[in-house]
Write a protein of this length. Structure first.
Lengths: 633, 200
């Protein structure tokens, strides 16, 4: 990432290569936003990280909130005092925030408020693919869809403008290929944030009891009519390309627009393109006009047929003769997975009968031949990861008959062989929740796996439920002292804030004790014997118990060692090795491999010397590659 | 100018995203338009990583169409092969030699395939393959971690990209921590000379 200070430069016209999320951070500074809240989640994480790095200098308040609903409430509170606010999250974070957001639409805002929802088509780092545009639709909240980093930046200020005119929060919906694309971004002027607001008492508007909510619902619907007029006039809803004879009309948005523009050139199609940047509410007159101008209209969009549903409804009223192609009925574009240049090209090719410039069939055949035997390479726990030690201990003590509900974070990777700890995973916190039902239904030993950041985010109410209802489960908090998966953001256990100032850390064990857990233990998973004995004790305990397996994330440890110039001593396999393969079969560490002669070897470039394989080796054939300082003999 | 398409492929942790950002930064130093696609989060944890860099006047998509890569820059042999679908017979494939066994393979009790097998399969897509001893050269520069910059040196030395050496070096200076700049500069030169010497 470039020096975050780049984002602070008040140089309108400067061109910098920014990640979409960094561009949004710059947009925050150009929109005079004073309060930024987030809970990290791919593909949204770098928005908060970029703001956190510069917040103090920019005069912005930034926090990593404990979860997304709190993030939206903090931002919504500030925005109701007239301070501009932004809250950023991944798509599933919007589910967590939805309870607040849907009714915040009734309440409205006074200062502009933007909610960034970053969708993850293809589930690169998520438990589902969902299309956040439907939240905008059913919550009656305007939705903007940028197609590149420049638009992502510019749309922040635009969203604030709309938000203040309508007194409504606005959703800025990105996808992986917007948030995680790096492109040149031209800076605008910085706008000094205003952090001083005023709370004006106005119960009819702010207190959503039924008598007040009913009229506010009508107010909201009126606001949406006003918003629809804004969509008709929006500079982001435009004809992006004109063909000669208007043979085809194409409607597209977001990253799909990029693939569409290029595919049309490659296919040599004579097509007009209507590019939609404000997609809720939709500009119905503009779309109606576009439909009437074309006999055939193709809708190209990622994930759900959100635009297509609306375009078809508009066509029924305004252009019944026009044929609309997309993914409803005959499916020209996939509804699951990510779009790609190829998928768009093939869909357009199938609709128009134009031949693709690449012989995909031939390419696929040759490719299938070479990759048939290529083993997959899914993500794995890093070498030296403390979770591997925890999982080894858990599996060794509780074995096959125990059930292991797991949760969202790096440790979800423990489900895979050979660790095999992770039996059900739904959403943030669900491990502790589902564990209670499983334990009730089966009476099997049930160990709920949850990470430290996830514990604070969603674990606590589930834990209370377990204690109060006397569910006999073991909650295993795999505490690596950071929010690792998303890039090592702080959480309430770390003692650091989004403003990068120190604060009092909250200890998970104290929270558990305070909630009423009667057996609470903290162990280092690399103290193998102690960890095993502690887990045995917890499994014997007749009520809810909680063990914190605490050791720092291996990546953080590695970085710290490099920074301090400390030596990393990898392990090596000695002559005592009998090639029993226990280390490989039990641990699945990426640093342990087989040589061409099928003997065990340790990759010295990957091994951190955590010692787990040395501990489990039945022949004590794994030792440090060189004498440790202070070691004997 | 027609878009110039590069696919960078390897394993999470090999510095692929940094290499892509260096290429993108060098491109905008030459006033070219550019799109770089990245992969973050879970996908990075030792998994297969692909980043694409597209340079040109009218680039919009950050992703490369199958069969349309001008360059595949492979950081790891198996991952280079996994991305062969982006190659045509005109594609230049530059590949580093650090072999990282996928745990799935080791668990099956198998060792890493022979490098000549991988090369043979790659050549079914393009004969234009350059193997770079990236691991050895990186260690010579001072750290196995700078294989990414060795490979950038090799790439620029081919003269096939629209990026000049000076722009790349400038981008490198901007993006690499000052403390490690010497090692990186050395790595770049070693990769550069490696390919220059192949030509002679």
């Amino acid at each position: 990432m470039p020096d975050p200070k780049t984002l602070l430069e008040n140089k309108p016209g400067k061109r910098a290569l920014l990640l979409g999320n960094e561009a949004i951070a710059r947009g925050i500074l150009e929109a005079g936003i004073g309060v930024v809240t987030t809970y990290p989640g791919t593909p949204a994480s770098e928005i908060g990280d970029a703001v956190s790095a510069i917040a103090r200098e920019a005069g912005v308040y930034m926090e990593y909130s404990v979860n997304e609903i709190v993030a939206v409430e903090v931002a919504g509170g500030a925005a109701n005092c007239g301070v501009r606010a932004l809250s950023a999250m991944k798509h599933v974070g919007l589910n967590v925030a939805a309870d607040a957001l849907t009714t915040l639409a009734y309440v409205g805002v006074r200062g502009g408020m933007v909610v960034v929802a970053a969708d993850d088509p293809e589930c690169y780092s998520s438990q589902n693919e969902q299309d956040s545009r439907f939240y905008a639709w059913f919550s009656n909240i305007p939705c903007l869809e940028p197609s590149n980093p420049q638009e992502a930046k510019d749309m922040v200020a635009y969203a604030v403008e709309i938000s203040e005119k309508l007194e409504l929060p606005v959703i800025l919906r990105t996808t992986t290929r917007v948030s995680h694309t790096r492109a040149p971004v031209v800076f605008g002027k910085l706008v000094k944030p205003n952090l001083k607001g005023e709370f004006v008492r106005d119960a009819k508007r702010l207190v959503m009891v039924p008598a007040n909510s009913r009229p506010r619902h009508d107010v909201l619907l009126q606001k949406m009519e006003k918003a629809r007029e804004m969509a008709e006039a929006s500079p982001y809803n435009l004809i992006a390309r004109r063909g000669k004879n208007r043979e085809y009309g194409v409607i597209s948005s977001s990253s799909a627009y990029n693939y569409t523009m290029e595919a049309i050139e490659l296919l040599g199609l004579d097509a007009d393109i209507l590019k939609l940047g404000m997609t809720h509410p939709l500009p119905e007159r503009m779309i109606g006009q576009f439909l009437r101008e074309h006999d055939k209209v193709i809708v190209v969009e990622e994930l759900e047929p959100y635009l297509e549903l609306h375009v078809k409804a508009i066509a029924k009223d305004q252009a019944p003769e026009t044929e609309v192609y997309g993914k409803i009925g005959r499916q020209y574009f996939p509804r699951s997975g990510e779009l790609s240049p190829r998928r768009v090209l093939e869909g357009l090719s199938a609709i128009t009968g134009r031949k693709a410039p690449v012989n995909f069939e031939n390419l696929d055949k040759r490719y299938a031949e070479v990759v048939r035997e290529l083993p997959p390479r899914p993500p794995v726990l890093c070498p030296g990861c403390p979770h591997r030690a925890s999982f080894y201990v858990i599996r060794k003590v509780a074995g096959e008959k125990a059930v292991y509900p797991t949760d969202i974070g790096c440790y979800a990777l423990g489900y895979a062989p050979p660790l095999n700890v992770g039996d059900i995973l739904i959403c943030m916190g669900s491990g502790v929740g589902t564990a209670q039902g499983i334990s009730k239904a089966t009476e099997a030993p049930t160990i709920a796996i949850i990470g430290d950041s996830t514990f604070f985010h969603a674990g606590v109410p589930r834990l209370l439920n377990a204690i109060y209802n006397k569910h006999r489960i073991v909650v295993a908090v795999l505490d690596n002292m950071t929010t690792a998966m998303t890039g090592h953001q702080p959480h309430p256990g770390t003692g650091l804030t989004g403003m990068q100032t120190a604060t009092e850390p909250i200890a998970i064990e104290k929270v558990a004790e305070g909630c009423g857990v009667k057996l609470v233990k903290v162990v280092n998973p690399f103290n193998f014997k102690e960890a095993e004995n502690t887990l045995k004790e917890a499994l014997d305990f007749p009520e809810t118990s909680l063990i914190v397996f605490r050791a720092p994330c291996a990546l953080l440890l590695l970085r710290e060692k490099r920074r301090k110039g400390l030596e990393i001593v990898p392990l090596k396999v000695s002559g005592k090795c009998t090639n029993c393969l226990a280390c490989i079969k039990l641990l699945g560490c990426p640093a342990i491999t087989l040589t061409e002669n099928k003997t065990v070897a340790i990759n010295e470039n990957l091994c951190l010397g955590c010692g787990l394989c040395a501990y489990i080796c039945p022949y004590k054939a794994i030792e440090p590659a060189k004498q440790c300082r202070g070691g004997n003999a | 100018m027609k878009a110039f398409n590069m696919v960078l492929a390897g394993v999470g942790g090999q510095g692929i995203l940094l290499a892509a950002e260096i290429l993108g930064t060098a491109a905008i130093k030459e006033r070219l338009d550019v799109r770089v696609s990245e992969v973050h989060g879970m996908a990075q944890r030792g998994g297969a990583v692909v980043s694409m860099v597209r340079i040109g006047e009218n680039v919009l998509s950050p992703l490369v169409l199958d069969g349309n890569a001008d360059v595949i820059l492979g950081f790891e042999p198996m991952e280079t092969l996994r991305n062969a679908k982006y190659a045509s017979e005109k594609t230049l494939i530059i590949m580093g030699d650090e072999r990282i066994s996928p745990p799935a393979l080791t668990l099956r009790g198998e060792s890493y395939p022979r490098i000549d097998e991988i090369l043979e399969k790659l050549k079914r897509f393009s004969k234009n393959v350059i193997m770079v001893e990236a691991l050895r050269l990186a260690k010579e520069a001072g750290s196995s971690l700078v294989q990414n910059v060795v490979l950038l040196g090799a790439l620029i030395a081919t003269g096939k990209t629209p990026i000049k050496k000076e722009s790349l070096v400038e981008a490198l200076k901007e993006l690499v921590p000052a403390k490690y700049l010497d090692i990186n500069m050395k790595a770049f030169e070693l990769g550069y000379q490696y390919v220059k010497n192949l030509g002679s």
